[in-house]
Ligand binder design. Structure first.
Ligand SMILES: Cc1cc2nc3c(=O)[nH]c(=O)nc-3n(C[C@H](O)[C@H](O)[C@H](O)COP(=O)(O)O)c2cc1C
Ligand code: SF4
Length: 658
């Protein structure tokens, strides 16, 4: 039975708040986040549909992704630009779509300084910053800003804000967070200037003060002006957190800023960037204590973001007085209707974000429109967002209860089909059940909880411990079969296995491998599995060598997740060997081949060789159904082994297709 929770359970979350001239209906905020849905610097219909879905779902305030305020602000090839009046019609359509649902809208005013990721033609960028201090992450050596350019950029902020106001936005937010240009001026490790913009606190704050004043000069008094600011950058070249509070006190006293929006991390370094979109390794709401310090320092409302993925947690942050609004960005990328469900007390129906970073920020950093592994409709509102009821009710059997099968079953039943899902094991989840056993990744199992609920709501009949055969299909008289039978560990043909102790990743995770003290992991996919196994075994006391076929361990996964896992492996003393392909084994010796030089790499004294060599598809039923008269669809790893993201997406697509 789903928990029945009264809407009064969230008295703080659903109380309105007035910020400057803007009244917001609740305390739920979608913070600014790049979507890779802009085109030629302009708002697109896809971007509007994306934000409208969140407005419709009940978000109180949406802050739209960064908009460049100057030509030198193009930090990616898909940034929005607010540098000309051409931006106004797109902004206006976006504002109308969001306002239609009672949600307020602010824009982000942005200059990255030295934090330039890419150019639109693949050449290395010319970046400008307070001083010629290099960036670690993108290897950018910036040009120090001239006074003339500083003046131009300051004026660009005000002009951009005026365009947003003209388009109907309720306000704007200066992005002084994450080590971007305003933060570079504030940081004495990055700002080495000896003119009026460097040195003393007053001088380092001058740029931000001029920006805020220029915006105020060019906008109406009711137009909200917020400040996004990092409290703790979590790095050695860091901006001191107590100094950040001092800066904010001064800005607060000036009276130009209506709210302070607190986050963690910096774009400049691998260690600091992890906190920009914190993975599941960090606890929910971990930046809230800094927000509380900010609240004690300033008179205006304080917002906070960072792993607040459930309304209960947001309510706690608000009730304890740590912040006035909660950023719940991935929470709404994963479930746009989260606010409405929370308000209606339908807590069990909320699809909680698991902070995997796979399809949201993971897509962004690959240059693709953002989505969610659990909710592939996100970012695809115009193509996959609307589900039409089935024209004819069909009897459908879904074989396999992993993410692909569960999503397909939920969507098919939701459209009115009669759906039975058969799972051979006693529990649903497929490989997700193993993935959640990797260290620090327990939350990944949330996919099973969420998809189980989607199936329950849609009315899917679930049969566990039921291995489906052709005879059963014939007996059930179904119209369509969806094969989602997953995969199994791939064992490549390698010489000498029989003389060595060889186990696979699944056996290790299930506790079925009697692993020795000295272990070598042969990692083909260069993803979470190799990294996670290495951590698990090192924590259990093994001496671990992680040989990865990629150019770096974790090469295939999102950088923030990889970097936090690599940091742990480094601390645990795991030896990581890239460019290494498994060649053979002989007793306690493992032979690898360097993938670039072709030279042998030989490891002696290995007790156990662990195979993390990907998966083979399991789809025997497909051949059995060769002459089946109805429809047959093969999805997920049974189609071809990949990740949970593709499994759920294919589940959705087949769910719409029948
Ligand atoms: C895909 C993606 C893109 C982001 N881009 C921006 C951005 O353009 N500006 C910004 O200030 N923060 C950006 N962020 C950070 C978010 O605003 C937010 O601080 C972060 O996701 C943590 O909040 P959450 O745990 O509620 O998701 C981005 C986050 C994601 C997931
Ligand atoms: S892809 Fe993962 S981190 Fe991103 S919104 Fe979905 S569940 Fe959350």
């Amino acid at each position: 039975m789903p928990a029945i929770v009264s809407p009064n359970s969230f008295p703080h979350l659903f109380s309105p708040i007035t910020i400057g001239g803007m009244e917001v209906r609740n305390r739920i905020l979608s913070t600014g986040h790049d979507t890779v849905m802009a085109h030629d610097g302009q708002v697109t219909e896809r971007l509007i549909a994306y934000h409208e879905a969140r407005a419709k779902g009940g978000a109180g305030l949406i802050v739209v992704q960064v908009s460049g305020v100057h030509e030198t602000a193009r930090y990616t090839s898909h940034i929005l630009m607010a540098t000309s009046d051409e931006a106004i019609p797109g902004y206006a359509r976006l504002a109308q779509a969001v306002h239609r649902h009672g949600t307020k809208l602010c824009g982000q005013l942005f200059h990255p300084g030295r934090e330039i990721m890419e150019t639109d033609d693949g050449t290395a960028p010319v970046a400008y910053a307070p001083s010629a201090v290099p960036n670690q992450r993108f290897r950018v050596m910036p040009v120090p800003l001239s006074l003339r350019m500083i003046g131009e950029i300051v004026s660009g902020y005000g002009d951009a804000a005026a365009r947003m106001m003209k388009a109907g936005f309720d306000g704007c937010e200066i992005v002084a967070s994450h080590g971007y240009l305003p933060a570079q001026f504030l940081n004495p490790n990055v700002n080495l200037r000896d003119d009026a913009y460097g040195g003393s606190v007053e001088n380092r704050l001058r740029f931000l003060r001029e920006v805020a004043a220029d915006i105020r000069k060019k906008t109406q008094p009711t137009f909200v002006v917020g400040l996004r600011i990092t409290g703790e950058e979590h790095d050695s070249q860091t901006l001191d957190a107590s100094e950040v509070l001092a800066f904010c006190r001064l800005l607060d006293a000036d009276g130009d800023i209506d709210y302070f929006n607190v986050v963690a991390g910096t774009s400049a370094t691998l260690k600091g960037a992890v906190h920009i979109v914190p993975p599941m390794h960090f606890s929910g709401g971990y930046s809230a204590p800094f927000a509380a310090a900010m609240k004690a320092a300033v008179s205006k409302p304080v917002f906070v973001a960072g792993r607040i993925n459930q309304p209960q947690l947001a309510e706690q942050v608000l009730a304890s007085g740590q912040a006035d609004m909660c950023g719940m960005t991935r929470a709404m990328i994963c479930d746009p209707d989260m606010p409405a469900k929370a308000e209606a007390g339908r807590l069990d129906d909320i699809r909680a974000c698991i902070a995997c970073n796979q399809a949201c920020i993971g897509h962004f950093h690959k240059g693709y429109p953002i989505s969610c592994i659990q909710h592939p409709e996100t970012g695809r509102e115009l193509t996959l967002g609307i589900k039409t009821p089935a024209a004819v009710r069909k009897r459908i059997v879904v074989v396999g209860g992993g993410p692909a099968g569960m999503k397909a079953a939920a969507v098919l039943a939701g459209r009115g089909h009669d759906v039975e899902l058969h799972e051979a094991e006693s529990q649903l989840g497929g490989q997700t059940r193993l993935a959640q056993l990797l260290p620090g990744r327990a939350e990944f199992g949330g996919i099973i909880t969420n998809l189980s609920r989607e199936m329950e709501q849609a009315g899917v009949t679930v049969r566990r411990q039921s291995r489906v055969t052709r005879a059963m299909i014939d007996e059930m008289r179904v119209d369509a079969v969806v094969i989602a039978t997953g995969g199994k560990p791939h064992w490549p043909h390698v010489e000498g296995y029989e003389t060595s102790h060889v186990v696979d990743a699944w056996q290790v995770l299930r506790g079925q491998a009697n692993v020795g003290t000295s272990v070598l992991i042969a990692d083909w996919r260069s993803d979470w599995i190799g990294l996670g196994l290495a951590e698990k075994l090192a924590r259990e006391g093994c001496r671990v060598k992680l040989c990865t076929e990629g150019i770096a361990a974790g090469e295939a996964i999102h950088g923030y997740v990889r970097n936090i896992m690599m940091a742990t492996l480094h601390t645990l003393g795991v030896e990581v060997i890239p460019y290494a392909r498994l060649f053979g084994s002989d007793g306690n010796t493992v032979y690898m081949e360097h993938t670039a030089s072709g030279a042998p790499i030989i490891f002696d004294d290995i007790d156990t060789l662990v195979l993390a060599q990907g998966h083979d598809r399991v789809a025997d039923l497909e051949a059995e159904l060769d002459d089946f008269a109805g429809e047959v669809h093969v999805i997920g790893d049974a189609n071809t082994p990949r990740t949970a993201e593709e499994a759920v997406l294919e589940g959705l697509k087949v769910g719409r297709a029948i």
